[in-house]
Design a protein around this ligand. Structure first.
Ligand SMILES: [Zn+2]
Length: 256
């Protein structure tokens, strides 16, 4: 019977581990989705800056064009001025040329500033590309690690499921009733474990509430009592049984 309890406790141990593995595995898809989101955001950062640089270059080209046409206008104006005899016309034309020269000076300043800005932006972009490249690589490595972890967990889950099937088969052979109780309790309680021990001879090892009445097992074929407050199965035997399970194989206590 002790051996049967050990099997049941081992099953419980496996079930708890399985639950943990399944929970860890369930987080992986959202971890991967978050990493993919970060990778996309990093890529977008590069594309946005690339586009911004392209636009700034187009802006500079436009300034260049304006500067050139202003230059041409001034040259043509000066040529025309040389042939202007009428003082009134001369005055107007000279004024137009002066205005255009003023505009050209402003354009030149803008153009120079734009070119300098473009150069430094291009340099910063190279740095950005490098930094973001490293970050993307890090994210991709992490994504790969998550994928491997997922595969590893799947393997462990399959292995554990197999072990659970085997141990359930063994328990079912002679203690099907225990197994049914165990399954029902597992469904009824919110948090594992569902098999616990008596604490200080009077408290439930699960919910810590005092047990009422006789806690001796009423039935030798069913060495559990059911906690009235948390519904867990309380093993009447000493917790030494549990310790024996934890060091399974090495010096197991042999009572019967
Ligand atoms: Zn309890």
């Amino acid at each position: 019977m002790d051996e049967a309890i050990r099997f049941l406790l081992t099953l419980q141990n496996y079930d708890m581990r399985l639950c943990e593995l399944i929970q860890n595995h369930s987080h992986i898809p959202q971890n991967i989705a978050a990493l993919e989101g970060d990778i996309e955001m990093s890529n977008r950062k590069i594309i946005q800056e690339k586009n911004a640089i392209q636009n700034a270059k187009l802006e500079t080209q436009k300034l260049e064009k304006d500067f050139k046409s202003s230059e041409e206008m001034i040259a043509a104006g000066k040529y025309k001025l040389a042939f202007t005899k009428n003082p009134k016309e001369y005055e107007i034309l000279a004024k137009t040329i002066a205005d255009e020269e003023c505009k050209m000076a402003q354009l030149e300043e803008l153009l120079l500033r734009g070119m300098l800005e473009n150069d430094s932006r291009q340099l910063e972009f190279s740095n950005l590309q490098q930094t973001v490249g490293v970050e993307i690589q890090r994210l991709q490595n992490e994504k790969e690690r998550q994928r491997q972890l997922s595969a590893h967990l799947e393997e462990n889950i399959a292995e554990l499921n197999h072990k659970i099937a085997v141990i359930r088969g063994i328990i079912q052979e002679n203690h099907g009733r225990w197994l049914r109780h165990y399954d029902e309790t597992k469904k009824a309680i919110r948090k594992m474990p569902c098999i616990v021990f008596v604490k200080n001879n009077q408290y439930c090892g699960g919910c810590n509430l005092r047990l009422s009445g006789n806690i001796a097992a009423p039935d030798p074929d069913f060495p559990f009592t059911i906690c009235e407050s948390c519904a867990r199965l309380i093993s009447i035997d000493s917790p030494a049984v549990e310790v024996a399970v934890e060091v399974s194989g090495e010096g197991d206590v042999e009572i019967n």
